[in-house]
Design a protein around this ligand. Structure first.
Ligand SMILES: *Cc1c(COP(=O)(O)O)cnc(C)c1O
Length: 352
């Protein structure tokens, strides 16, 4: 830290992104990207938009918001766009958290970082021993609630009725449901945004829509909540989504059938991979996401992570004590998972 760095942020612990190694080709199962390429329309639209890069994009992103609204079954004034869904989460911390924020103690690592950046006091609520959330813990929180559903890194989903209970029991606080992984088997709370004015649902194009590198996410809520978030957006960066990214996102939405097919394939690969891991003695919660969170009685989480990395397979390990026994493994293609399983088998065999 230089002597010029603001003391206000001296306690800031930046988010640690998963490794994006440039040294060699790994079987990369560590950051929950899609193993499948972006849709042809996403690529074609981005290429076309590139020829207009001397011009700023439409700061209202009217065409894109209308398309998101059509696909998600809401009104266009219920949509706000972001440079990744991380940006929408950041806007929500800036806009709605005067009384503080609550989130699970084992969840997306960015929540405490955004709380700190926005001067928000954050409270962590412990998850159960099985890593599940108890909706009753969030009733009448008196603070803004942030829940990833399905949760990360556990992969566990709450039912829609549990989500509704949390929203209903916090009528005077905003409840933010981060649905980064919702397309892999959970039920979206988007329809509830018509019924509750305190619900904000956030989704991303980084996982199910194969556009992690483009950086695009959006929020859905009541027109009033969305207007508040746009107030923040126009105060930070009205052109927060690039022309090429907005075009790619529009293309992806016109290729919804490709997204659905990719999700179906990933869920099928997940089922097969989970079965094989179970047969090898691994345990972990039932996943509703594009990753598995697994541990094995005979090998420490960190040790397995390091041995896999040595052999060219990258997974995600978290040092946090509660979950240090686990590794989070992104579901890749069938071929990638075959390599993963074979490599894990060899490591376990060597330990005997
Ligand atoms: C990946 C992820 C996000 C953010 O994704 P963006 O790439 O910023 O859209 C948000 N929340 C959770 C829980 C995630 O796993």
């Amino acid at each position: 830290m230089s002597r010029f760095f603001t003391t206000k942020l001296s306690a800031l612990k930046p988010y640690t992104p998963g490794e994006q190694p440039q040294d060699m080709q790994y079987v990369k199962l560590n950051t929950n990207e899609s193993p499948y390429p972006p849709s042809p329309k996403a690529l074609a639209y981005a290429r076309d938009a590139a020829s207009s890069l001397m011009l700023y994009p439409d700061p209202e992103y009217k065409v894109l918001c209308a398309k998101i609204a059509e696909v998600l079954g809401v009104q266009a004034d219920q949509v706000v766009v972001g440079n990744g869904s991380d940006e929408i989460l950041d806007f929500a911390f800036a806009a709605f958290c005067e009384k503080g924020a609550v989130y699970p103690d084992t969840s997306y690592g960015f929540y405490p970082v955004f709380a700190c950046m926005n001067g928000v006091s954050g409270t962590e609520i412990p998850v159960g021993d099985d890593l599940s959330l108890n909706p009753a813990d969030y009733a009448g929180a008196g603070k803004t609630v942030f829940i990833a559903n399905p949760n990360a890194p556990s992969g566990v989903a709450l039912s829609l009725s549990d989500i509704e209970t949390i929203v209903r029991s916090n009528p005077d606080s905003v409840v933010v449901i981060d649905e980064a992984y919702v397309d892999f088997g959970a039920v979206s709370a988007v329809p509830l945004t018509k019924k509750y004015d305190n619900l904000l649902v956030v989704q991303t194009f980084s996982k199910s829509r194969s556009l992690a590198g483009a950086r695009f996410g959006f929020g859905i809520g009541s027109p009033e909540l969305i207007s508040d978030l746009n107030r923040i957006r126009f105060s930070k960066n009205p052109y927060n989504v690039s022309r090429t990214t907005a075009a790619a996102a529009l293309g992806a939405l016109e290729d919804e059938d490709i997204t659905r097919e990719n999700c179906r394939k990933i869920m099928e690969t997940r089922r097969r991979t989970a079965e094989r891991l179970k047969a090898m003695g691994f345990t972990g919660p039932e996943s509703s996401t594009n990753f598995l969170f697994i541990k094995h009685p005979e090998i420490d989480g960190k040790e397995l992570y390091l041995k896999l990395k040595e052999r060219g397979v990258l997974v995600r390990h978290f040092d946090k004590e509660r979950i240090a026994a686990y590794n989070r493994v992104t579901i890749g293609t069938d071929e990638q998972m075959e390599i993963f399983i074979t490599t894990v088998s060899a490591i376990l065999e060597e330990m005997k």
